[in-house]
Design a protein around this ligand. Sequence first.
Ligand code: ZN
Length: 190
Amino acid sequence: GFTGLALIDLSGPLAYLRAMSLRDIITLPDPLLRQTSKPVSGVDKATRKIFDDMLETMYDAPGIGLAAVQIGAPMRMVVIDLAKDPDARAPQVYINPEVIWSSDERSTYEEGCLSIPDYYADVERPSSVRVKHLSLDGKQHEILAEGLLATCLQHEIDHLNGVLFIDHISRLKRERVVKKFTKAQRLGKL
Ligand code: ZN
C-alpha cells in the first residue's frame, strides 16, 4: 500500500479557490517540455498558487497527473489525483520528487499525456518505486508507490527531467507522433 501520501489539507487550496486559474497546457513540440525543471527551494504563497492552478487545470482537462512545466512553470512540482469520482477528489502534491528505488519487476500501462493530446501507447516501467519528496509544509516524505500511482509518478517525474512517455516507445512510433504534432502546430491546429 501507499504510505505518507501528501494529501492536501482542504483548508489549504480551497481557501484559495477564488484565486485559482485555469492555465494553458503546453503541447508537443513546445521546447519547454524538454527542459529540466528547477528544484523548489521553499514553499511560499507563489508555490501554493502554482499548485492550485495545476490542480484546477488538471481537473478541467481532465487528467490524473500534471507537472508544473506543463503549465509553463519549469519547477519540480507535480500534482496527481487518481480518484475516479470527481466527488471524491484526493489531490496529492509532490515537491522535488525523486525516485530513490525501482523494482526489477515491470508493468505495462497504456499512457497518455495532456501535452500530447489524444495519443496513447503502452509503456513498460518498474512496477513499484520508492519516491522521496517534500510536502507543502516543507516536510520530507518517502513513499512506496505501486500500480497506477507508480506509473503516474514515474511519468510526472520524467517531465521534470524533460522526458516524455513517447521516449519509452519505439523510435518509429515516436517520430511519427512528433511529426504529426509538429505539422499540426505549423498549420495552427494546436
Ligand atoms: Zn505527461
